[in-house]
Design a protein around this ligand. Structure first.
Ligand code: KIV
Ligand code: ZN
Length: 390
């Protein structure tokens, strides 16, 4: 048995309430945000990015209240690279036992063109704003937005400036979900090798899922030395979303043999918070979503059902209970076989002889051809019919 307590700890930074809420249509009410923050705190999230305080009075109020209520988590607010944003952010997060200011600016050529700053002017802005944030708060995170499309030399230069100005966490955002695992790892490795002071701070990885690689990119960054993963519940977030918390946390748990890192997350709380975030954001979870999808632990085909009935590990790499889901892994449908039908009927209180089972099986298949999903009530009706006709 591996001694996990000796493994390096990866901090989980949840941004469901900030980047997740930026997803068009995912706005949450004040009370819903407080409820989700409490669930995140309870499940062991290390840092909760509670909002963008300057964005609205509502965001300011929610971040302040979350900061006051937090029991264990660090509470972080987002601020652009100007004093007004940073001051407003501090006013909201300062109530927390452990507050953090997260300030950012776009450093890639495309993003530098927006405020029309040249490389030197931007470097100066980073120095001033990180220094200002650090004068307010001991815990400052800085992000070069669109880092993965920023020139490597310039990225090293601005990260060094931010560290010298007092940033304690440097986050490397793949803002448009453009990178891929080997490159994600190489960027962290390069920063650790080339930037003076890099060994004194924590590197974070913040990935978007535009090419479906957010989880892989985040884990590759961790292998290269990142020690904070930024993520959201259900992968909620702009466009195709952010790295999904449940995916990285379960990957680190299930593949701990090759990813020997630990988190502080109580994984049995995953299913409940996934459902609540889906309800309050109005974003349904796709049926085949990894970990939390309705079908993630369900088997309909006869071969798979027979396998899991004999040994659940034949087709399951984690246990539903590990994410707080009651074990219910057999879905009855037209692909189901006799073994699954027998097991299901036993669960419902019927122990049939082989010839009886054959008869019910024929009726079951006929029904399953007409109906997408077969529920317990359908099977009970089938049994009533069987009893009346034999
Ligand atoms: O994706 C991104 O670049 C962000 C930053 C604000 C960190 O969300
Ligand atoms: Zn983002």
């Amino acid at each position: 048995m591996t001694d996990k307590s000796a493994q390096p700890r990866v901090l989980i930074f949840d941004t469901t309430l900030r980047d997740g809420e930026q997803s068009p249509g995912a706005t949450m009410t004040h009370d819903e945000k407080l409820e989700i923050a409490a669930l995140l705190d309870e499940m062991g999230v290390d840092i909760i990015e509670a909002g963008f305080p300057i964005a609205s009075e509502g965001d300011f109020a929610a971040v302040s209240e979350i900061a006051k209520n937090a029991k264990n988590a660090t509470i972080c607010g987002l601020a652009r690279a100007n004093f007004k944003d940073i001051d407003r952010c501090w006013e909201a997060v300062k109530h927390a036992k452990s507050p953090r200011i997260h300030t950012f600016i776009g450093t890639s050529p495309l993003h530098r063109a927006i405020p029309n700053l040249d490389m030197d002017q931007m470097a100066e802005r980073i120095h001033e704003t990180v220094t200002h944030a650090r004068n307010l708060c001991d815990n400052v995170q800085w992000s070069p937005m669109d880092a993965t499309r920023t020139e490597p030399d310039y990225l090293c230069r601005v990260v060094e400036i931010a560290i010298k100005a007092g940033a304690t966490t440097i986050n490397i955002p793949d803002t448009v979900g453009y990178t891929y695992p080997r490159e994600s790892a190489k960027i962290i490795q390069m920063l650790l090798e080339r930037v003076p002071g890099a060994d004194q701070i924590i590197f974070a990885t913040h990935c978007h899922n535009d090419l479906g690689m957010a989880t892989a990119n985040a884990l590759a960054a961790v292998e290269a030395g990142a020690r904070q993963i930024e993520c959201t519940i259900n992968g909620l977030g702009e466009r195709a979303g952010n790295t999904a918390l449940e995916e990285v946390v379960m990957a680190l748990r299930v593949r701990n043999d090759i990813l020997p890192f630990r988190t502080g997350i109580d994984t049995t709380k995953i299913m409940n918070i996934s459902r609540r975030v889906s309800q309050v954001s109005g974003f349904p979870v796709q049926f085949n979503k990894a970990i939390v999808g309705k079908n993630a632990f369900l088997h309909e085909s006869g071969i798979h059902q027979d396998g899991v009935l004999k040994n659940v590990e034949t087709f399951e790499i984690m246990r539903p209970e590990d994410i707080g889901l009651q074990a219910k892994n057999i879905a009855m449908g037209k692909h189901s076989g006799r073994a699954a039908l027998r097991a299901k009927l036993r669960e419902l209180g019927y122990d049939l002889a082989d010839n009886q089972l054959n008869d019910v099986f024929v009726r079951f298949k006929a029904l399953a051809d007409r109906k997408k999903e077969i529920y317990d009530d359908d099977l009970l009706a089938l049994m009533a019919d069987h009893a009346a006709n034999t």
